[in-house]
Every structure is written in structure tokens, then in C-alpha cells.
Design a protein around this ligand. Structure first.
Ligand SMILES: [Cu+2]
Length: 118
């Protein structure tokens, strides 16, 4: 449960101040979902947020063990979506996202996923 909550807590402390408009980006939906197991091969990744994000200042990376690789973002995705695709080999991964919302706050989080053996 703690682990789940930690995915939702905004990294920017300013977002926690009273009276904040809460327009910073919070992940509300991901494909694949967190902790999903997916088949190997080309995989579409789509993260949807509760607010518009600045695509040019947002980032999606895939971590396997200690190796991290930045994924090129799909151009032309909706303003509240971060999308990419990657050819995934079997293994355990963490999808790390970092986004800049329209309120100027950066939030980040992880989406763990497993790619099953062939
Ligand atoms: Cu904020």
C-alpha cells in the first residue's frame, strides 16, 4: 500500500501547499497498467494525466536493472498524454515518467512492468 501511494505523491513539494490549484500532473491511467505482465515485442506505451503537460519538457525512460534508456515520445499525442513505443525483450522493467504540467510543477513516478518469456 505504501508503495502504491508513493507512486501518486507529487515530487514537487509546492504542489502540497494549501490552496494550490492542483493543476500539476498526476498519472491517472497507464497502458500497460502498473505491474502488468505483457508479451514480448513491440509495445505501445501510453500514460494519461489529469492535466495538460509540456511535451517538450517531459520525459519517459525505461529502466532495466541499472540501465536506463530514454524513449522518444510519439509526436502529436494529446496534450494530457505521453506516448511512446518500444520493442521489449523479456524481463523486468520500470517505466519512469517525468512531466512538466501547465502550472509549472514537475511530477515524476514509476510504472513497473514485466515482459514475459517467449
Ligand atoms: Cu502543482
Amino acid at each position: 500500500m505504501l508503495r502504491f501511494l508513493s507512486l501518486l505523491i507529487p515530487a514537487a513539494a509546492g504542489c502540497l501547499s494549501p490552496g494550490h490549484a492542483a493543476a500539476h500532473a498526476i498519472l491517472i491511467e497507464s497502458e500497460p497498467p502498473a505491474r502488468a505482465t505483457v508479451p514480448p515485442g513491440p509495445t505501445g506505451i501510453r500514460l494519461r494525466f489529469n492535466s495538460r503537460i509540456d511535451h517538450a519538457r517531459s520525459r519517459l525512460a525505461l529502466r532495466a536493472g541499472t540501465a536506463e534508456r530514454v524513449l522518444p515520445l510519439d509526436p502529436g499525442s494529446p496534450a494530457d498524454v505521453l506516448a511512446a513505443s518500444s520493442d521489449l525483450a523479456p524481463g523486468a522493467y520500470v517505466l519512469r515518467w517525468q512531466v512538466l504540467a501547465v502550472d509549472g510543477h514537475i511530477t515524476r513516478g514509476d510504472v513497473p512492468l514485466t515482459v514475459q518469456a517467449r
